[in-house]
Design a protein around this ligand. Structure first.
Ligand code: HPA
Length: 263
């Protein structure tokens, strides 16, 4: 067990989280749905990175949604911040070592599929990893590192989430998410390439975390807030991404709350 897990275990005692939720850029309203039991700042945790991105807080939050025990990562780490993939995925390794069985991961993403609109919620049904420079499992020992990635995004979770969204009258789309390293946004040629490859949305996170979740055998639900028409516009800005995500955030928070309660 990693040093950071040992530290957190001591802090939370026998609170065994069942679900982990990663909060993406501007998607903090999920926090309003949690009955908080304990907060731990990333800064206090030995061997743990800190968030350096505007729109990302840096704390672990333990609490409950309905009768489910959850661990929330209020702020995530990105490869573009200069961290190794091993560091980027310490959140998920921590969750895995604490026995979390399901991961809900959220992000802000640009639309590559031109039928997606700004403000849409897209459930991730598969991904393409365009970050070749490093891998979260690089350096792991044993055969477990050759992890299967087929069917990582649980069909059952997608179906359940869709049912709830239907009931709440909130439309959701579904598609393939592509991870790039960032921090620059894509060129038009890159977006055209992605579009031809069948990619629906592009972002700078999530995929490393999902690889680590697969390594720990977790079930995964991935949710993107489409913050910009990457492939249909000539400019994207971080400020725009955050401002749209904040609007999306309330809807996603409501759906995640119901999803966890009913799971
Ligand atoms: N490209 C990459 N990452 C992003 C985008 C985008 O257009 N929007 C939000 N994150």
């Amino acid at each position: 067990m990693e040093k950071y897990t040992q530290f957190v275990k001591k802090e939370i005692g026998d609170f065994n989280p069942e679900y982990a939720i990663v909060i993406g850029s501007g998607l903090a309203p999920i926090m309003d749905k949690v009955k908080v039991k304990k907060r731990i700042s990333y800064k206090e945790i030995p061997d743990f990175p800190v968030s350096t991105v505007e729109g990302h807080r840096g704390e672990l939050v333990f609490g409950t949604i309905g009768n489910k025990r959850v661990l929330i990562f209020n702020g995530r780490f990105h490869f573009y911040e200069g961290y190794s993939m091993k560091d980027v995925t310490k959140t998920i390794r921590l969750a895995g070592e604490l026995g979390v069985h399901s991961l809900i991961v959220t992000n802000a993403a640009g639309a590559v599929n031109t039928t997606l609109e700004v403000g849409d919620i897209m459930l991730i049904n598969d991904h393409v990893n365009f970050i070749y420079a490093d891998n979260p499992l690089r350096g792991e020992k044993g055969n477990k590192r050759f992890v299967n990635m087929i069917g990582v995004y649980s069909r059952e979770f997608i179906k359940k989430f869709r049912k709830i969204a239907n009931r709440e009258g909130i439309p959701v789309r579904e598609g393939v998410y592509c991870a790039v390293s960032g921090p620059n946004y894509e060129t038009l040629a890159e977006l055209k390439l992605m579009n031809r490859l069948g990619i629906d949305a592009v972002g700078m996170s999530t995929v490393p975390e999902v690889i680590m979740a697969a390594y720990f055998g977790m079930k995964v639900l991935g949710i993107s807030c489409i913050t910009d028409a990457a492939f249909g516009s000539n400019e994207v800005s971080h400020e725009e991404v955050i401002s749209v995500a904040e609007k999306c955030g309330k809807k996603i928070a409501k759906l995640v709350e119901e999803f966890v309660k009913e799971a």
